[in-house]
Structures are given as structure tokens and as C-alpha cells.
Write a protein that binds this ligand. Structure first.
Ligand code: GLC
Length: 475
């Protein structure tokens, strides 16, 4: 079984969000499960790509609207990631450092997708499955079926995974000339609400689509940012498969980025050492005996970034200073400013690191007592899974994959769930956290228990393998 994953992000090559973590792990674990899985992504002008050795495995060219581009497919020479990694080098088009945020993002995304299908159309052997992730790769199933230059690929099964249904990549019909020539009768497959919508096109044209948790699929049937009727009409092609975590990277027993490694038997001692180091790093030494709550992630409304500063302020006041908070993340400038202002107001109880710091994130999971995720939307959520594995109790809003993975204490579970991303709900949840923290025996038991929940990719790859095998039979 040979599978090619196609993704705009892949950790540690280029990461913006959870998509990168999944793309960097799933192929590796599929390989360990006996498949041959590879991944192709765009070339980025970044450190990882410059520091590693590459060999050219293919050279070609393609038209993009009225322009023509040369491209090279480069393969990473040393198999650093545990699977074959390819990048599409397209001089003059893929010149930037980051995956997104440039005025020509549309051309960059379409050019990348054309380079992938063009390469596949010239390849000597064919893959059993092409697995595309999120809208940046959503036109590939259409191109493989209906673009004249590539329709010889139509027999190859395609899988499309929705990591985030909110971002659909739609663009004006005036731009459709960027897509290679296709059978005009099929125009409707590209459209949704009178625009070209790569996510909708992927759902219509792929053989199967998945979401990153079962509950998120249910939610999308009711609200998918206008795609709900499509998700319902194509429901026979859909499955929800929960993400896993990469225990090669996220494992408190071996993690070289934390102060002291530990396992579930030594969780209390281990976490205390890490908490000390973490509080020192953030100049909050007085917080050792108080519950320490962290937030890690993008500071956007989708993740509850807008309510963060005020929730922290209210909670510190309600609990009379008997709680501390640390935030790591970046995003909307206003939310960043709110947090910086709060840091001045509450120097004894709060600090933040505005930016991205993978190493610090590890120490935070290891040293914290609780992780707060007030997400308005969370297709799967990986942070709660990392937290569980590090013995950090999740406090989450009941949505998406958070419902699949965090059971509330009141339902004989191990976490704290709340209904809405609002101050009263968050503040009540934090009070419950403080009450749990004071109950030393109980929190100790819970920390042990959650460290032993298995969210490894090994658990999950079987579901993907079954999905791929079901497609193989149809060929
Ligand atoms: C997106 C989603 C997140 C999910 C991740 C990986 O970033 O927002 O919930 O865990 O993709 O699938």
C-alpha cells in the first residue's frame, strides 16, 4: 500500500498549526504499520529546508494562467522524518519563508497543486492513494479527474481530510483560468455560492473524506460555514478519525526539552520539578503552591483568544490571587496587547510569551497543573492530548474533538468541561479547577490516570489503513 500525503504544512519543516503535527506524524506511523507513506509539500525559503540535503528526482514545467513555470521535485536525502519527504521547488512562485500570508497565496497554492499532479502524471509507478489535507490541496482530486493533462490519474483513489472547515480557500470565478484546462461540463464541481471553492470541490471529487474527530463530523453536518448541505449529501463518503500524538516527540519519559523526565508513577515529583523551572523562567516563583493554568496556541477568536486576558483577570480576583496563569502564543495584535497589559497589572499571577516556541511549550505541559482551551471551534485539538500525556488536567469548552477526548469529572471523567466561551462559564470552570487542586489525593490520582490514556498514532493508523484498503478494492 503506497500512500502520498499532500500538505502545505509538516512539522518540523514548516508549522502554523496542528495540521503540521499531523502531517509530520501520520506518514511515519503508517510506515511503521507496514505501509509505504510519503509526503509532498511546497518548497519554503526557511531554515529547515536550507539546512537539509536534497536531491532532484524530477524536473518539469506547467502553465499557470498565462505564465509558465519550471519546477523541480526535491527529495530529502537522509529520511530525517521517518518517511520520504518531497518538496516542489518552483522558482519565481514559491520564494517565501512562510506557508501563508502573501498577496499571491492563491497562485502559490494552485501552482503547488499543479506541480504535484504534473509530477504524478509523469511518474513511472502509481500510488494506491493520494491523501490531501485541507483546502490548499483541495483542487487536486478535481485536477486528477477532469483536467485534460492529468485525467490519466482518475483511477487513483483520493482521500481528503478536513482539519479546519472554516478555511475553504474560495476565490472569484475570474481567477479560474489558473486551473489547468478542464472539461467545462464539470465546472459545477468547482463551485459553491458562486465562487470557486477548493474545499467544496475536494468533498465533491474525492473518493472519501475524513474529519479529524468523529464529533466534528457531526457538527459539520449542522454548521460547516455554508457547506453543511454538501457534507450531508456526501455523507456516505465521510468518516471521523481522531488524531493521535507523536510519542517520539511528545513523551514526558524521554523529552529532552523539559527539566526532569517522569512517568505516571513519578508524576507528582516530576511535575513539581518542572513547575519550579517553568515558574522561574517566567519570574512567578511565588506560584509553586498555587494551581498553574496554561494556554498555548494561536491568539484568535476561534481559540477564545479574545476572552483570555479578561478571564484571567477575573479569575485571579475571584480566587484572591490563589491561581497563576501562563500564556504562550501569538495572533491578533489586540489580544496580544491585552495580555501584555495584564502582565503589568498582575506580576505575581500572570506572565506570557508572545510568539512561537516549541521547546517552551514542552516545559509548559510538563510543569502546569491545568491547560485551558476556551475554543469556540476545535476540529480535533492536539493540545489537550499533549496535556493528558504530560499529566496536565484539561479545562475545555465542549466542542468538536474536545468532546471526544475530555470527559468531565462529574461524569466519572478526568477533566473539566464548560458550555460556552464566556466569562461566567470560564470562571466557574477555573473555580472547579482550584477546588480539584486543593484535593491533593484526587488530583494526584487523576494526573496518573490521564497519563495512561493512549492517544498514540499506533492506535489510529489502523483506521486509516482500513479506509485506504476499502478504496483499493474499488479500483
Ligand atoms: C486544525 C484544527 C485542530 C486540529 C488540527 C490537526 O489546526 O483547528 O483542531 O487538531 O488541525 O488536525
Amino acid at each position: 500500500m503506497e500512500i502520498l500525503h499532500v500538505s502545505a504544512e509538516c512539522y518540523p519543516v514548516a508549522k502554523v498549526g496542528g495540521l503540521a503535527d499531523v502531517a509530520g506524524a501520520l506518514p511515519k506511523y503508517l510506515n511503521r504499520a507496514g505501509a509505504v507513506a510519503r509526503l509532498i509539500m511546497p518548497y519554503y525559503n526557511n531554515k529547515f529546508i536550507k539546512k537539509h540535503d536534497w536531491e532532484t528526482v524530477f524536473e518539469g514545467n506547467f502553465p499557470l494562467g498565462t505564465l509558465s513555470y519550471q519546477y523541480r521535485i526535491l527529495k530529502e536525502k537522509n529520511g530525517t522524518l521517518g518517511f520520504d519527504l518531497f518538496v516542489t521547488e518552483i522558482p519565481g512562485l514559491l520564494e517565501e519563508e512562510l506557508p501563508y500570508g502573501y498577496s499571491n497565496d492563491l497562485e502559490r497554492h494552485i501552482g503547488f497543486q499543479i506541480a504535484v499532479v504534473d509530477w504524478l502524471s509523469h511518474a513511472e509507478h502509481q500510488y494506491d492513494v493520494i491523501h490531501c489535507h485541507d483546502h490548499h490541496t483541495g483542487l487536486i482530486p478535481f485536477m486528477m479527474n477532469y483536467c485534460y493533462s492529468y485525467d490519466m490519474l482518475s483511477k487513483i483513489p483520493t482521500v481528503f481530510t478536513i482539519h479546519n472547515g472554516q478555511y475553504q480557500g474560495y476565490f472569484l470565478k475570474e481567477q479560474q483560468h489558473l486551473i489547468p484546462h478542464y472539461d467545462n461540463w464539470k465546472q459545477g464541481l468547482l463551485e459553491w455560492n458562486n465562487t470557486i471553492n477548493p474545499m467544496a470541490a475536494a468533498i465533491k471529487c474525492c473518493w472519501k473524506f475524513t474529519t479529524v474527530s468523529p464529533n466534528y463530523l457531526n457538527e459539520l453536518r449542522n454548521d460547516a460555514f455554508t457547506l453543511e448541505s454538501l457534507i450531508v449529501s456526501e455523507k456516505d463518503k465521510s468518516t471521523g478519525i481522531l488524531n493521535g500524538i507523536d510519542a517520539d516527540i511528545w513523551n514526558p519519559e524521554t523529552d529532552s526539552w523539559i527539566e526532569k523526565t517522569y512517568n505516571s508513577a513519578g508524576v507528582t515529583k516530576g511535575k513539581t520539578k518542572n513547575k519550579k523551572a517553568l515558574l522561574k523562567e517566567f519570574h512567578l516563583q511565588s506560584g509553586l503552591k498555587k494551581p498553574l493554568v496554561i494556554f498555548i496556541g494561536r491568539l484568535v477568536a476561534e481559540k477564545g483568544g479574545d476572552v483570555l486576558a479578561e478571564s484571567i483577570r477575573q479569575s485571579v480576583s475571584e480566587l484572591k490571587g490563589n491561581i497563576s496563569f501562563l500564556v504562550l502564543g501569538s495572533g491578533v495584535k489586540q489580544y496580544e496587547t491585552d495580555l501584555k497589559v495584564l502582565r503589568e497589572l498582575l506580576p505575581e499571577n500572570f506572565n506570557c510569551y508572545i510568539g512561537y516556541n516549541e521547546k517552551l511549550a514542552h516545559l509548559m505541559y510538563a510543569g502546569a497543573d491545568f491547560l485551558l482551551m476556551p475554543s469556540r471551534m476545535e476540529p480535533c485539538g492536539l493540545n489537550q492530548l499533549y496535556a493528558l500525556h504530560y499529566g496536565t488536567v484539561p479545562i475545555v469548552r465542549s466542542t468538536g474533538g474536545l468532546i471526544d477526548t475530555v470527559l468531565d469529572l462529574e461524569e466519572e471523567g478526568f477533566g473539566i468541561r464548560f458550555t460556552s466561551t464566556s466569562f461566567p462559564d470560564i470562571s466557574l470552570a477555573l473555580k472547579r479547577a482550584e477546588a480539584l487542586f486543593i484535593n491533593e489525593d484526587k488530583i494526584k490520582k487523576i494526573k496518573k490516570q490521564i497519563m495512561n490514556i493512549d492517544h498514540s498514532w499506533e492506535q489510529v493508523t489502523g483506521e486509516y489503513m482500513d479506509l485506504y484498503s476499502s478504496l483499493k478494492k474499488d479500483v
